[in-house]
Design a protein around this ligand. Structure first.
Ligand SMILES: Nc1ncnc2c1ncn2[C@@H]1O[C@H](COP(=O)(O)OP(=O)(O)O)[C@@H](O)[C@H]1O
Ligand SMILES: [Mg+2]
Length: 366
């Protein structure tokens, strides 16, 4: 049986639903394809189903409905130890009574590899994670970041086809976390193994991924490259979750004309129903401050924070909408200013549009 997959596809979910006994479904009819050799991120708030997707891929649980394919072969009921998949868990799950070498060698010993081969593979895996020379250390002598690397070495030592990483960086402090993001990304490129990485941190997802799947309430909201998703969020949830956004209610007056905040604006969108209600997103960095009376919107400054590179200015227009502005210009609290923006900065989002319809609509513009 073939999963109708394109040639580069390694994992394919088709209409996968997962429901635990007596509970509502935690994954609802989820379909996606994972291509070999890329870095994927599952991004979404806590409880949206990210870990459940990893557990289904790893074979720790089975779908209630739908099919999972690996290399075009149905694997719904293939046991975890028969899948070419390894997992790096959030708490690393290292064996505290074994040293670094034996932690990494564990799976190889179960497979009954020869000692010389085990040694060669373990030392190579340690070199890959920049821990050459640490093989005889005890786990409790290693720092958080080093333990993280041991867990990764253990996952790559078997050269699986896919590595699943479930929020592996969330226990690290910010500086180490940023370093590990770069390291993991480089490691994935050098190994060429498919990585499926889970995080609830949008900046991490944007920085690391080839492809991001944004999840909410058991459904994939949007999938695409970091720039696709950042530049063209499909709906209010994605716009709000990825980066900071101004989101207001609007109405499409006609092709290339949209109304919000009590005014009409030229936009780049077309093909919607006349007077169709829409959500409007404008990114804070796309708003520019003008002198009062010279902007497209007239606002009053409510708060201002200096963020090191830019000012974060919160304003309100006469219709009562709040606008967040990132600007290198300073403004005074209480000051009346104008805001201007390009037609391209207005993102028009139809309510309840599917990803397919959304993609089609975007393609029509280009
Ligand atoms: N074994 C289980 N039994 C019942 N409910 C579960 C089980 N595992 C997870 N869930 C529920 O499924 C939902 C999704 O969980 P999970 O996939 O762990 O989310 P995430 O990793 O995105 O935080 C949550 O509401 C969680 O409580
Ligand atoms: Mg989880």
């Amino acid at each position: 049986m073939n999963g109708h997959a394109s040639p580069g596809t390694i994992i394919s979910f088709q209409g996968v639903t997962k429901q635990y006994e007596g509970d509502a479904a935690v994954l609802k009819n989820v379909s996606f394809e994972i291509e070999r050799g890329k870095f994927y991120t599952l991004l979404g708030p806590s409880g949206c189903g990210k870990t459940t997707i990893l557990r289904l891929i790893a074979g720790f649980t089975v779908p209630t409905k739908g099919e999972i394919y690996f290399d075009g072969k149905l694997i719904n009921h293939v046991p975890a130890n028969k899948r070419q998949v390894n997992t790096v868990f959030q708490d690393y799950a290292l064996f505290p009574h074994l040293n670094v070498f034996e932690n990494i060698a564990f799976g190889l010993r179960i497979k009954k590899l020869k000692q010389a081969e085990i040694k060669e593979k373990v030392l190579e895996a340690l070199r890959f994670v920049n821990l050459a020379g640490y093989e005889n250390r005890e786990i409790n002598e290693m720092s958080g970041g080093q333990r993280q690397r041991v867990a990764i070495a253990r996952a790559i030592v078997n050269r699986p086809e896919i590595i699943l990483l479930d929020e592996p960086l969330s226990a690290l402090d910010l500086k180490l976390r940023t370093e590990m993001q770069v390291e993991l990304r480089e490691l994935q490129r050098r190994l060429g193994i498919t990585f499926i990485f889970v995080t609830h941190d949008q900046e991490e997802a944007l920085a690391m991924s080839d492809e991001i799947f944004v999840l909410n309430e058991g459904k994939i909201q949007q999938s695409g490259t970091p720039t696709d998703i950042y530049d063209e969020p499909i709906n209010r949830f994605v716009a709000d979750f990825i980066g900071e956004s101004n989101i207001v209610d609007g109405r499409m007056t006609a092709d290339f004309l949209v109304a919000f905040a009590g005014k009409s604006f030229t936009c780049v969108d077309q093909g919607l129903q006349p007077n169709e209600p829409v959500d409007i997103v404008i990114r804070p960095e796309d708003l520019e401050i003008t002198r009062p009376g010279e902007g497209k919107l007239e606002v009053r400054v409510e708060t201002q924070l200096f963020r090191g590179v830019h000012y974060e200015i919160q304003c309100a227009d006469e219709a009562g909408n709040r606008w967040l502005v990132h600007s290198t210009r300073k403004a005074e609290v209480g000051e009346a200013i104008g805001l201007t923006f390009d037609p391209e900065a207005i993102h028009v989002m139809r309510l309840n549009e599917t990803e397919e319809e959304f993609d089609k609509r975007l393609e029509a513009y280009i």
